[in-house]
Design a protein around this ligand. Structure first.
Ligand code: C2E
Ligand code: CA
Ligand code: CA
Ligand code: CA
Length: 280
């Protein structure tokens, strides 16, 4: 009866079977992406709201698929998390990004107080491999950890609060800074946030997109910026796509701005050109 039940399921929900096949195909393809080094990094500037100079550069992975072209992480990160491939993926991403940082520092292109911001997956935190990964990058390349920031989502922190706090303390001791990504979409208590060694809150794009139309989103943004400043944290607003959004966010006191209106994520060479033009 059980197998019949399964058949019925497949019969009535054929799309489930399709998606399972697509998923295992993706898993196999992604293994090749890793072994054949098809992953590349793009770099999106995060600008100071006051003078529009570079405050940070976020590293965003892409998959250069031989047939499909550039594939967005939205398509493969969750599968890679599920299979554990995200660990090897992040080794490659960190390695490419920190080699770039070392190169830009050596060429004198890196702005003194700018950070390179690395996205960290839940698995890197949960399996306690983040610190080891960062240390081995420090052994391989010559860069300063004070120029490196990690981005961790609010929801990841809440999975094991005490363990996360311990890991973040070690990250801070190494000289890195820490930012909370997608802020406002999770459920962290303010009391908890106050006790973590955090430097930056990134206001999620979902609040930014309705600026000018949704008064309650605007109030949430104002309240978040006040809260962050009271806790001595800086604020990045993500997903800034319009002049109206940018003007509102500057006025609200957002320290930094990131989004297509300022710059799309850039290839390594395009990013380097930007750094060259800023350093002249
Ligand atoms: P995220 O960390 O929230 O990254 C911001 C995403 O918003 C990026 O998408 C970026 O291209 C996009 N974005 C930036 N400005 C705008 C804008 O003005 N409008 C809109 N609509 N989108 C904007 P992307 O590159 O597709 O990355 C998606 C997610 O994949 C990231 O979200 C992050 O969670 C994950 N991810 C990307 N790279 C890595 C990585 O190296 N490691 C890990 N663990 N996750 C990564
Ligand atoms: Ca991020
Ligand atoms: Ca985000
Ligand atoms: Ca809204």
């Amino acid at each position: 009866a059980k197998s019949q039940g399964r058949n019925c399921y497949a019969l009535f929900r054929p799309e489930l079977e399709d998606s399972a096949i697509a998923r295992s195909q993706l898993e196999r393809d992604f293994r090749l992406a890793i072994s054949r080094e098809q992953l590349i990094c793009h770099y999106q500037p995060i600008l100071n709201a006051t003078d529009m100079s570079i405050a940070a550069i976020e590293v965003l992975v892409r998959w250069e698929h031989p047939k499909r072209g550039l594939v967005s992480p939205a398509e493969f990160i969750s599968v890679a998390e599920h299979t554990g491939q995200v660990v090897e993926m992040s080794n490659q991403v960190f390695s490419m990004a920190l080699a770039s940082l070392a190169d830009w520092e050596a060429k004198g292109l890196w702005p003194r107080s700018a950070k390179i911001a690395l996205n960290v997956s839940a698995l890197q935190l949960a399996r306690d491999i983040l610190i080891g990964q960062l240390k081995s990058m420090g052994d391989r390349y010559t860069f300063s950890f004070s120029n490196v920031e990690i981005e961790i989502t609010e929801s990841m922190l809440m999975q094991d609060a005490e363990e996360s706090a311990r890991i973040l303390e070690s990250v801070r001791e190494m000289g890195l800074s820490i930012s909370i990504d997608d802020f406002g979409t999770g459920y962290s208590s303010l009391n908890y946030l106050r006790r973590l060694p955090i430097n930056v809150l990134k206001i999620d794009r979902s609040f930014v997109k309705d600026i000018g139309h949704d008064r309650s989103d605007e109030q949430i943004i104002n309240a978040t910026i006040d809260l962050a400043h009271n806790l001595n944290l800086k604020v990045v607003s993500e997903g800034v796509e319009t002049e109206t959004q940018m003007a509102f966010l500057k006025d609200a006191g957002s320290d930094y701005l990131q989004g297509f209106h300022l710059s799309k994520p850039l290839s390594r060479s395009a990013m380097e050109e930007w750094l060259e033009s800023e350093s002249r």
